[in-house]
Design a protein around this ligand. Sequence first.
Ligand SMILES: [Zn+2]
Length: 253
Amino acid sequence: MDDLASFLSISLNLTDTKSTVNSFQGSSSQTNPNLPAPNIFIIAKLHSNKSYSKKHFRETMTKDWNKLCHFLVVITKRPPNLLLVAFGCDGDRRRIMIQQPWIYQNNAILIDIPNSLDVLNGNSLHSIPLWVQVHNTPFFKRSEELVALISLRLRPMLEVDKLSFKETWGSYLRIKIMFNVSQPIHQGIPIEFQSINKVVWLTLKHENLPNICFFCGRMGHSYNDGYFNYLKTCDESPTPPYLCYEKTSRVKF
Ligand SMILES: [Zn+2]
């Protein structure tokens, strides 16, 4: 550590205050009974390039999450555009995590549990859990093996609704995935069913899907809202570009 401080000081010509590395042993446990128990936090961020009222967003989520929790939920602002949410117990936090995806004004709310090793800058907020319905499966072919095959494309898979293996339960297989919002949403998967010698396009429908861009299939912006790639393609083409995600299937409850 001394070598590092010396190197930094020489290389960057730092003052004593800047170059001295201080060691932090950690803090003593919180004792104020009016504050939430320590370490029961999440950070959250609205995934949108549109302007919105930060105050209304914070008030809405405080109200919604307080309805579900046993103890008072306290939400404070943290730059840049982050919410730090403090819970009174781990069970309350689990309730909010399990009930994802959370949506505000049709935009996805990205949530993560902060790590004490990281600075809170929102860099870990890039995914959202989504329930996906897999339609068009051949009769009696829903199985763990089929899910394993699908999971090669839809990764990481979090959960399978095992009741949906039964043909009598409904017309689709139901899986939960952790979806990276930097990627376009999945529209379907071709699977070759060797036992019936047929390639079948399995159509995917997303439950409670936030708004997506019809041009590129990603969340966080709309195709005609100053989206550079769409506008550039418009400029370069005599006709408006094809919006291949416009008819994307979604299911709302
Ligand atoms: Zn787009």
